[in-house]
Design a binder for this molecule. Structure first.
Ligand code: NAD
Length: 428
């Protein structure tokens, strides 16, 4: 291959990995099916607001560093914006834009009255102390404060942020507005207005989506091997709940390596080992490898629950699973998704499969505003109902338009937002 071709291929592969372009491709296909006019398309594709803030922070060693943060609000026609905040060294604006748009479609697919937003701060949490993280969080919150609010934009945790981060955001916002405002964020600790069941909600939604898809495919859970990429909030909990339902988890990973056991992993034991050691490496009841193409392992069900762009045009043809349930946001590129559709692999798309988190975030926001808190059974049964109904709604659209579950989810979501947009009209 000439070096010119290599550079050209590299360029197109970079485009394939751009999450906003991936979102836009699916958006265009779904909009074609809906026959959306060009004006409505333009409105729904374009983020409503993008804010970039400088975050000067006094470091523990006495020096000052300036971090960069973003908050993108994609669309608020159906209600306040909702979306997580991630802290990572590789956060970039196109990624935050894509994640914000996915939040709009996700809220719409599961029928909750929110629009979509996302935030990110470029930093490496592994190199920061807890006090530095707190100062970054508080200064970032102050920087984006003017566009936040329980009726405007309600953040939540995402990669490398957690309930402690949400507690700091809630406190910072409350100090500025001079009253305790619990509904400003979700994913908070229970003692300051968090919801029971929120921590497990995304993993539980992935489990429910897997179960519904297995019914559709007529596959037996007890005969099925499950490979889970990622063992964090989404992957770890999904694996645990599927294990409880009788599925055989034959592989799970973290960012350092992969733990395999053909007979099935004892998930409660794996997770308690992980909690203690912070790594899967060293767990005795399985084979651990730091050099394993986990996504290409033999299995019936594959759950990518780590990060974006894991299944691409470069490895998609080696995937063996019959069913892929997207725990992570954007784990399959648009090119890979097309090839999976052609190969007859069923993919439950991220905007449906991992919507359990935002659904219980909505329940948390409702409980905060009522000042009345539900039992875990009530939260879980309402989540169950929302996820199962949404899965059936998307399946019906897939049949009606003869499209994949992913395109069906986009059609359903975009149609709901477009209808609201037409009813409200253009304010000018
Ligand atoms: P997390 O930080 O709790 O866990 C991420 C896991 O992935 C960790 O086990 C980490 O070691 C592992 N990991 C990272 N890179 C990896 C790689 N290249 N290979 C294998 N493992 C890798 O994060 P999370 O909350 O579980 O989020 C995971 C994904 O799910 C993200 O895409 C996030 O946006 C999405 N998501 C999360 C929620 C939520 O409620 N937490 C909701 C919807 C979507």
């Amino acid at each position: 291959m000439s070096s010119g071709t290599a550079v050209a291929n590299q360029g197109s592969f970079q485009d394939e990995l751009n999450p906003f372009l991936a979102m836009a491709k699916r958006f265009d296909v779904a909009s074609d099916h809906l026959g959306l006019d060009s004006g409505v398309r333009e409105v729904l594709r374009t983020p409503d607001r993008e804010l970039t803030v400088a975050i000067p922070v006094l470091m523990d060693d006495g020096s000052t560093r300036v971090f960069k943060g973003y908050r993108v609000q994609h669309n608020f026609s159906r209600g306040p914006c909702k979306g997580g905040i991630r802290f990572a060294p590789d956060v970039h604006l196109d990624e935050v834009r894509a994640l914000a748009a996915w939040m709009t479609w996700k809220c719409s697919v599961v029928g909750i009255p929110f629009g979509g937003a996302k935030g990110g701060v470029i930093c490496d949490p592994r190199e920061l102390s807890i006090t530095e993280l707190e100062r970054i969080t508080r200064r970032y919150t102050t920087g984006i404060m003017d566009i936040l609010g329980p009726d405007r934009d309600v953040p939540a945790p995402d990669m490398n942020t957690n309930e402690q981060t949400m507690a700091w955001i809630m406190d910072t916002y409350s100090m500025h507005v001079r009253r305790t405002t619990t509904a400003i964020v979700t994913g908070k600790p229970l003692s300051i207005g968090g919801s029971r069941g929120r921590a497990e909600a995304t993993g539980r939604g992935v489990m429910i989506s897997t179960r519904e898809a297995m019914r559709t495919l007529g596959l037996d859970p007890h005969e099925s091997r499950v490979v889970v990429q990622g063992s964090g909030n989404v992957g770890g909990i999904a694996a645990l709940l599927l294990h409880r339902e009788g599925y055989r988890i034959t592989s799970i990973s973290d960012m350092y390596g992969v733990l395999n056991n053909e007979k099935g992993l004892d998930m409660p034991a794996v997770l308690s080992y992980l909690k203690e050691h912070r790594k899967l490496e060293g767990y005795a009841e399985g084979e651990y490898s730091s050099d394993c193409n986990q996504l290409e392992l033999d299995c019936e069900i594959l759950i990518p629950a780590a990060t974006e762009n894991q299944i691409t045009s470069r490895n998609v043809d080696n995937i063996k699973a019959k069913l892929i349930v997207e725990g992570a946001n954007g784990p399959c590129t648009a090119e890979a998704s097309q090839r999976l559709d052609q190969a007859g692999v069923m993919v439950v798309p991220d905007i449906l499969a991992n919507a359990g988190g935002v659904t219980v975030s909505y329940f948390e926001w409702v409980q905060d505003r009522m000042g009345y808190f539900w039992t875990e059974d009530v939260v879980n049964s309402r989540l169950e109902q929302t996820m199962a109904t949404s899965f059936q709604d998307v399946s019906s659209v897939a049949k009606k338009y003869d499209v994949s579950m992913r395109i069906a989810a986009y059609i359903l979501a975009i149609d709901r937002v477009a209808r609201v947009y037409r009813l409200r009209g253009v304010f000018s």
